[in-house]
Design a protein around this ligand. Sequence first.
Ligand code: F0G
Length: 457
Amino acid sequence: KYMTAEPYKIKVVEHIGKTTKPERQEYLKEADYNVFKLKSDVVYIDCLTDSGTSAMSANQWSAMMLGDESYAGCSSFYKLEQSVQEVFNMPFLQPTHQGRAADYFVSQIYGKKGKYTFSNMHFITYLGHANVHGTIPIDIPVDEAFDSNAMACAFKGNIDIDRFKQLINEKGADNITAVIISLTCNNNGGQPMSMENLKAVHALTESNGIPIVLDCARIAENAYFIKQREPGYEDKTIKQITQELCSYCETAIMSAKKDALVNIGGLFITRNRDVFAEANQLALAFEGYITYGGLAGRDLEAIAVGLLEGCDEAYLEHRNAQVNYLGNRLKEKGVPIVEPIGGHGVYVNSVEFFPHIPADKNPSQRLVTALYEEAGVRAVAMIMSTTDHSVRSEKSLELDCMRIAIPRRAYTTNHLDVIANALGDIYQDRDTYGGMKRVDDDWNSALSLFTSKFELL
Ligand code: F0G
């Protein structure tokens, strides 16, 4: 009962520099009030993303020394294939340089101009490709997905089955080229999907001949939620759950930068031989030879080890507890957060935080800049929204949030306390903050959040 601390000890440390508030005000101005443009050495605690920011283990670093850098047939590929078998139980593996390359493959293989892909919520790196390609993405999450106080909803990453049935009838199954499911659902707070819901989606897709693609960036975190929350899974191992999740899909893609605990890498995994052949061709043209897919042999080694460590229950239990700790500390201070607390970070409801700042005056962006200004903490503004325009007018399907993503195995409870205390203080003084004006003209691009410019109002 005493072993509640980190299930690891620290062997290597990385220095983080401190800055003063006037310095940070200056850095913000130079960065056009867009924290993506800050140099990382002026950031004290970096919660911009949980992607590629994990601390690797001693086992991963030592495996990297065994990296086989042969152009073709490197032994590191076969080690990775072995780990992929254990976690996904699927036969064909094409590595990619990171998740979005696998997204690109999906958009090419499963997309078709003028036809539809459905999702709980498509991630922006797929949406960018879909836009170029002409496939029409439609998000069909459950109603609770955008309710930031849906505390009783254990699986806000679920798909609305009735809406899915209705859309199959409306659009015709032949016009739906794939269902692409994000596990967990990043866009609405790292929220999990239940096995029951995936089974129901699968029953519908199977009878209609529609393939399922799973975006598995955070599949281990999703599996942990299933184990905690879904009856019948209490006694299963994480790998049994990930394997069952994958049993319902034709293809699984993964940004290994999340749950595989590495700094770079992606996976495209399928059970369909023809799809594999297409992925190989795309890899040859854009990534590299089939067995390395744009990665060094040492990167493949790090993923092979990290994928299994990411499914370790003691690690997942601590990871989940850390994210919950931050969320609960914020709640104690009255800070409005999205509930239930998600898998990879805490999402703050910026509209409730700054009720006096109108939506078009960028309350999330103001909150992100305030948090950096006060404490050197970098988070990110995220507007959760759906691509299902037909229902947009009926319901409010948008939530303006600040995501505080927690890098894996990198920060301690003390760091989380800094974030909670700083946000608590900003919340006390919330009336003193005004909104922000966006001053660039790059509004329509799906990825414009990286380049946008703001001014304080
Ligand atoms: N799918 C999901 C669900 C993601 O969250 C991401 C990346 C990707 C695909 C793309 O993977 O970055 O390896 O190319 N999400 C990061 C984030 C960027 O901060 O949430 P990638």
